[in-house]
Design a protein around this ligand. Structure first.
Ligand SMILES: [Zn+2]
Length: 306
């Protein structure tokens, strides 16, 4: 973490008393000549921290920014209100549909977050309650991602001023920080490496299955294997997500095919099979079919922790 509790930029704003605010108590501010904007609480980041620093930072921000206990789900609207950040939901016509959230510095040292939670791909196939849920999960993630970007700003003469240029690295960090604010790594780490843990995190913290899966994998230091498969009405399933480390498995498709075969040939929603690793002995891979979502969640613990 960079700049926690001190002032790396020479700005007159900074947060004091970090250690004493772990319980979510009120912050003390020193802001000569100006009123400190609420979003300034938290470290100012002048460099993109190492990716695993996101976890500790998220715990701190959940407590000091949001006043949340470990098991509380984030309320993104409340989070924006607390931080004095305006929130607008409106359709964004970004080329390719990639950019679906933005953080705009406003005069009076404030921000507006603009989000369009409508996915621009694969949307037509979803209906009713599931569609509402996907929309809500996307909204929650996008808002927390944009709030994470405010850490890379400091108050300026009128508008918040960037401390660091945009980068893919910063995007990855904000994704990780948003995920860890939505799903506390300490809670995820106390759950076993199993698809049912992902389902529990998804329900408790109101996040997508993918965000829940990413949270479980990262809470265990990116060591477990995980696949989110999407069952296609015709043809073979497609991979919705897997961690980069999926290559640590030896011929994982043989295991996945075995699991899919078991799920296809019985009414069971669960299956298990051996997963072979490139290093270490085999471990048990578990699969869970979420039939209404057409998703299959597969996890395998690394040899050392199975
Ligand atoms: Zn971003």
């Amino acid at each position: 973490m960079h700049g926690a509790g001190h002032d790396p930029s020479g700005s007159s704003y900074f947060c004091v008393g970090h250690a004493s605010t772990a319980q979510g108590a009120h912050q003390a501010w020193r802001a000569p000549g100006a009123e400190a904007p609420a979003w300034i609480c938290g470290p100012r980041l002048t460099a993109v921290p190492e990716i695993h620093a996101a976890e500790e930072l998220a715990a701190q921000l959940r407590s000091t920014w949001l006043g949340l206990d470990e098991n509380d789900p984030v309320d993104p609207v409340d989070a924006c209100e607390r931080l004095g950040v305006a929130l607008a939901e409106r359709p964004r016509k970004a080329p390719g549909g990639q950019l679906q959230g933005s953080l705009m510095p406003l005069s009076s040292n404030s921000f507006e977050i603009e989000v369009d939670a409508n996915p621009h791909d694969g949307w037509v196939t979803l209906e009713g309650q599931l569609r509402d849920e996907v929309l809500r999960h996307r909204f929650r993630f996008l808002v927390m991602h944009e709030l994470a970007h405010t850490l890379f700003y400091e108050p300026g003469e009128q508008r918040p001023k960037r401390l660091l240029h945009a980068s893919a690295e910063q995007e990855a960090f904000c994704d990780r920080l948003a995920g860890a604010m939505l799903v506390p790594p300490d809670v995820a780490r106390r759950k076993p490496i199993h698809p049912s843990s992902i389902l529990e995190l998804h329900r408790q913290f109101d996040v997508s299955i993918e965000v829940a899966a990413r949270s479980l994998v990262s809470a265990y230091g990116d060591a477990p294997l995980c696949w989110l498969l999407l069952r296609n009405p015709e043809g073979s399933p497609s991979i919705q997500w897997r961690p980069p480390r999926a290559m640590a498995a030896r011929r994982p498709w043989a295991t996945l095919e075995e699991l899919l075969g078991q799920l296809g040939s019985s009414k069971d929603q669960t299956a298990s099979s051996q997963m072979h690793w490139r290093r270490g002995g085999p471990t048990t891979a578990h699969a869970l079919l979420l039939s209404e979502r057409r998703q299959i969640v597969v996890t395998a613990a690394p040899p050392s922790t199975d």
